[in-house]
Design a protein around this ligand. Structure first.
Ligand SMILES: [Mg+2]
Length: 227
């Protein structure tokens, strides 16, 4: 394949959202004086993951997620007496400051950036991702930063990827590859637009039968064998 542009997801592809979220959870719990226990994190992970799936399916907006995320987590944990919306504000402030890299992230960015037009493609706010990628020393590798908030449509909507191609003037969908950890947002989204796709299976989950990814990697460095 003759690839010219690479669209890279950020969370759980370049930055380890698990580490970022755990640290952020510890931080906001301490600020609010809520005792934090490690076994609470899987509850956050499960509920947050389900809500993000609903966003990707178009059943929920991010604003709605901010309203209900901690309400649902507190209910499950039996924690009472805290305003879940303000708690989410506090949590997101920590997330905005978090920038733990995924293993191999710098090496793969060093490898890809001279060879391809490297772009961020993220369902997040541009300010937040610029801040985090700057903190992680990754921003300099990217020529374009595509975010759902700026484009007005999230991945996996075709409108998101069409907007990327519009900016990448003259580059076709077939000359573009999407790299990401989400089978819905990144893989189904990119494939639906005619782009090539590389699924970063960071949790080493069983590969679903209907997988639409052109390639699967278990580590970021395996991308070197493809691109
Ligand atoms: Mg991701």
């Amino acid at each position: 394949m003759k690839i010219k542009a690479v669209l890279m997801d950020v969370d759980n592809t370049l930055l380890d959202f698990g580490i970022c979220a755990r640290d952020s959870m510890r931080g906001v719990f301490a600020d609010w004086g809520v005792p934090y226990r490690e076994e609470m994190f899987p509850v956050f992970w499960e509920i947050n993951g389900k809500l993000w799936e609903e966003i990707e399916e178009g059943h929920l907006t991010k604003e709605e997620l901010y309203q209900i995320r901690w309400k649902l987590i507190f209910e499950r944990l039996g924690i009472e007496g805290y305003d879940p919306v303000r708690f989410d504000d506090g949590f997101r402030k920590y997330i905005a400051e978090s920038a733990a890299p995924v293993e191999g992230a710098y090496e793969i960015l060093e490898y890809l950036s001279p060879k391809y037009i490297l772009c961020v493609a993220s369902n997040a706010s541009p300010a937040r991702q610029i801040k985090r990628l700057t903190k992680a020393n990754m921003l300099q590798y990217f020529e374009h930063l595509f975010t759902s908030e700026e484009i007005g449509h999230p991945k996996p909507e075709k409108a998101f990827f069409d907007a990327c191609l519009k900016t990448l003037d003259g580059i076709t969908a077939a000359e573009t590859v999407v790299i990401g950890d989400s089978l819905t947002a990144d893989i189904a989204g990119g494939a639906g637009c005619g782009m090539k796709t590389i699924w970063y299976n960071h949790t080493h989950e069983a590969v679903p039968e209907k997988l639409r990814a052109d390639y699967i990697v278990n580590t970021l460095l395996e991308i070197k064998d493809i691109l």
